[in-house]
Design a protein around this ligand. Structure first.
Ligand code: ATR
Length: 271
C-alpha cells in the first residue's frame, strides 16, 4: 500500500491530510496520507528513512520548503528558481525528486474560477515577496505576463525577485503599492495579511479598475478584507482555497496513479 504524507513543524494545522484523504476515499485507492511532524534538525534523517518505510512521496510545508532543496537528488528548474519545493517523489532508484507545484496551483485556480482571464492582456501586480509570492511570480511570468509589478514591505525581497526573475519585474515601493494597481489586469495578495488573527492588508485599492481580477493566497477566511473591497469595486475575485487544492493534484497523481478532480465537494471537505 503506497503511503504519502506532509512534513512540517508544527503540522497539526495542515489541510493536506483532509485533501488527499478525500481523494483516496473518492477513488477507492488503497493508500494512506499522513501528517508527519519533523523538527528541522531531523529532516535529513527522516527523508532518508521514508522510502524504506513505504513512502512513495511527500508534501513539504513550513519550515522545510527551502531546506529540502539541498537534501533532494533532483530539483526541477521551477523549484530551483522559486527556491522552495512542496512536492517530493521518492523514486524506485532511491533518488529524491523535488518539485514546486504552488505556481501550478495558483494558475489552475484562476483558470477554473475565472475562465475568461487572459494573463498576458495586461500588467499583473503582486503584493508581497515571500516564498509564496515567488511561486506566484514564476507562474505568472510563465503564463505570458509581460509586466509584473511587485511591492513588499521589505523592499529588498522584491528587488531580489527582480534580479532573479528578470526585467519584466518592476519593483514599487511599499508606500507606492496603491499606485502599482493602476492599469493592472491581475492583482494578487501574496502576503499573510488578512488571515484570521492578523490585520487586514492596508494597500489602498482606489486605483484598481473594475475589470481587474483580484485574488488572495489567504483562504482563512475565504472572503478576506482585500477580496471584499475588490469585489465592492466591481473586480472579479477568486479566493485562495483553490490554489491549495490544485497544488496537491500533481503529487497525488504521481504517488497514487490517479489524476484527481478539484470540485465543490472537495472544497467542502477541506474547509
Ligand atoms: P510565505 O511563504 O507565506 O510567503 P513569508 O516568506 O514569511 O511567507 O512571506 C510573508 C509575506 O507577507 C512577506 O511578503 C511579508 O513581508 P516582509 O517580506 O516585509 O516580511 C508579508 N507580511 C507579513 N506581515 C506583514 C505586515 N504586517 N505588513 C506587510 N507585509 C507583511
Amino acid at each position: 500500500v503506497p503511503i504519502a504524507g506532509v512534513l512540517g513543524w508544527p503540522i497539526a494545522h495542515s489541510r493536506s491530510p483532509m485533501l488527499h484523504g478525500h481523494w483516496l476515499k473518492r477513488y477507492g485507492i488503497a493508500g494512506h496520507y499522513i501528517p508527519v511532524a519533523v523538527a528541522p534538525e531531523d529532516l535529513a534523517e527522516v527523508l532518508r528513512a521514508m522510502p524504506r518505510m513505504g513512502f512513495v512521496g511527500a508534501n513539504v510545508t513550513i519550515p522545510h520548503k527551502e531546506s529540502v532543496l539541498a537534501l533532494a537528488d533532483v530539483v526541477t528548474d521551477r523549484a530551483a528558481l522559486i527556491g522552495a519545493a512542496n512536492t517530493l517523489i521518492f523514486r524506485p532508484d532511491g533518488k529524491i525528486h523535488a518539485d514546486n507545484t504552488d505556481g501550478y496551483g495558483f494558475i489552475a485556480n484562476l483558470r477554473q474560477h475565472a475562465p475568461d482571464w487572459v494573463p498576458d492582456r495586461g500588467p499583473a501586480a503582486v503584493i508581497g515577496a515571500g516564498g509564496a509570492a515567488r511561486a506566484v511570480v514564476a507562474s505568472l511570468l510563465e503564463s505570458g505576463v509581460t509586466e509584473l509589478r511587485i511591492a513588499n514591505r521589505t523592499r529588498i525581497r522584491a528587488e531580489q525577485i527582480r534580479s532573479e526573475f528578470g526585467a519584466k519585474v518592476v519593483v514599487y515601493d511599499w508606500a507606492e503599492a496603491g499606485n502599482m494597481l493602476d492599469g493592472a489586469l491581475t492583482v494578487v495578495n501574496a502576503t499573510s495579511m488578512g488571515m484570521d488573527g492578523k490585520p487586514a492588508l492596508r494597500v489602498p485599492l482606489d486605483a484598481l479598475a473594475s475589470g481587474a481580477l483580484a485574488t488572495d493566497l489567504v483562504y482563512t477566511p475565504l472572503m478576506t478584507p482585500f477580496l471584499e473591497e475588490a469585489q465592492a469595486r466591481g473586480c472579479q475575485i477568486v479566493d485562495g482555497l483553490g490554489m491549495l487544492l490544485h497544488q496537491g493534484a500533481p503529487g497525488f497523481e504521481r504517488w497514487f496513479g490517479q489524476r484527481p478532480e478539484v470540485d465543490d465537494a472537495l472544497r467542502r471537505a477541506v474547509l
